[in-house]
Design a protein around this ligand. Structure first.
Ligand code: V1P
Ligand code: CA
Ligand code: ZN
Length: 406
């Protein structure tokens, strides 16, 4: 009755675990996992679950994460919590790794760029270990659906954490689920193209494959002078001249599109379709990973671009139209209501559906799904059990207000 249909000619799988929503990076931290609650409820409110196979994610294993990350770093992430952090820092081999505190430093950094100080990019928070291995598990499950041929497009909006390094957290990212996914894809696909439309440079992924000609990385990002004090927009890398590690087979297999602030839809479309189209032509990938960071939208709390959800979605549509196995991941996105709107819209694009203006099904008010209301049942409460109702955008605003006060 809402017109949602399974796509004809391809299959989509959707991977998620509601526990990631409950996490808090800290009161002032811009990363809000509850943006995933909004996204989930919009997706369900539109009935898009009927157009895909939905899977509840399980945690990634230690060995899986060690395929890219250093063993000691993985062990640390497995054990870390606000309670265990001070003890873990006392282990002799870490005491030297902690950089000395300089006067004027606002945050004190621990090993691996982790910190319990408020204001840190990569805080140690309650439940963080569970959170990290869950979003990674969801990405790996999505990857397996693709590589086994069970689907053509696999989605994990809780993944896409592109800044994490081999043995260091960076920019809200602890485990680089993207690198792990691509490593797994290389067992099956000859060449993997990684495209990154997050407003930040996908430095962690680029670095991991800088010597590797079977992976081409292509990031679009804000780049250039930031303010009067000479600060660069995070992470400060991704110059046009950076094309992969010189003198290795990976040279020419990294592409960067540095962009000034305020870019609009028309300009972004011109750049994205021109450069991506040429990259696909030249590289001839066997599969594509698209990081759909929503902080490139206008009005983002951290971003400085001016593009609309429509154009953000057209990037997804352009890549989907290549008809290659496609892994869709989330990433940044700090104005939660717009993140949810964008990723729901892109779930519709992936499944060849058009969304109606009003959400056709009841979207539970916040009291109804706060905490672990869905307990141990399968991820999605079936919609038959919910009242049919309408959700106008005002209802989304209501949820935002309630969640913002959490
Ligand atoms: O600018 C910095 C660092 C901190 N200084 C030492 C320089 N960090 C940024 C990090 C942005 C991370 C983006 C992640 C992603 O690409 C993928 C998930 O979207 C930063 C900013 C900022 N305006 O760029 N950190 C914070 N803001 C911050 C603010 C409050 C509390 C904690 C962190
Ligand atoms: Ca980017
Ligand atoms: Zn970002």
């Amino acid at each position: 009755e809402n017109g949602i249909q399974r796509p004809k000619g391809h299959k989509v799988s959707f991977h998620y675990n509601s526990h990631v929503e409950d996490m808090h990076f800290g009161k002032t931290h811009p990363m809000k996992p509850w943006r995933l609650t909004l996204t989930k409820h919009l997706v369900l409110g539109h009935g898009l679950q009927y157009a895909m196979d939905t899977y509840e994610a399980v945690s990634a294993g230690t060995d899986e994460v060690r395929k890219f990350h250093a063993p000691d770093y993985v062990d640390f992430l497995r054990q870390v919590s606000p309670k265990t952090f001070p003890e873990l820092c006392k282990i002799p081999r870490f005491t030297r790794a902690i950089p000395p505190k300089h006067e004027g430093d606002s945050v004190e950094l621990g090993p691996y760029n982790l910190s319990t100080s408020p204001g840190a990019d990569c805080p140690v928070f309650d439940g963080m270990s569970e959170y990290l291995f869950l979003y990674t598990g969801a990405t790996l499950a999505a990857t397996h659906q693709l590589t086994s041929g069970a689907c053509n497009i696999a989605i994990n909006w809780s993944g896409g954490l592109h800044h994490a390094h081999k043995a260091e957290a960076s920019g809200f990212c602890y485990i680089n689920d993207i690198v792990l996914a691509i490593l797994d894809m290389l067992r099956v696909y000859a060449r993997v193209l990684y495209i990154d439309i997050d407003v930040h440079h996908g430095d962690g992924v680029e670095e991991a494959f800088q010597r590797q000609p079977r992976v081409m990385t292509l990031s679009y990002h804000r780049y250039g002078p930031y303010d009067e004090t000479g600060h660069k927009f995070f992470p400060g890398t991704g110059d046009l001249e950076d094309i992969g590690l010189k003198g290795t087979p990976g040279e020419h297999f990294a592409l960067n599109v540095p962009i000034p602030s305020g870019i609009d839809d028309r300009q972004y479309k011109f750049l994205f379709e021109g450069v991506t189209g040429r990259a696909i032509e030249a590289f001839n990938p066997s599969a594509i990973v698209l990081q759909c960071g929503a902080d490139s939208l206008g009005g983002d709390r951290l971003g400085q671009f001016n593009i609309n959800i429509k154009q953000h979605g057209e990037c997804v549509a352009f890549v989907k139209n290549q008809h290659l196995p496609l892994l869709l991941l989330g990433g940044g996105g700090y104005t939660a209501r717009n993140v949810a709107r964008a990723w729901c819209h892109e779930t519709a694009i992936a499944t060849d559906n058009k969304l109606v203006d009003k959400v056709p099904y009841f979207v539970p008010r916040i009291e109804a799904f706060k905490g672990r209301a869905h307990g141990d049942e399968k991820m999605y409460p079936s919609f038959e059990r919910l009242h049919k109702n309408e959700c106008k955008d005002a209802d989304l605003e209501y949820m935002v207000k309630k969640l913002e006060h959490d």
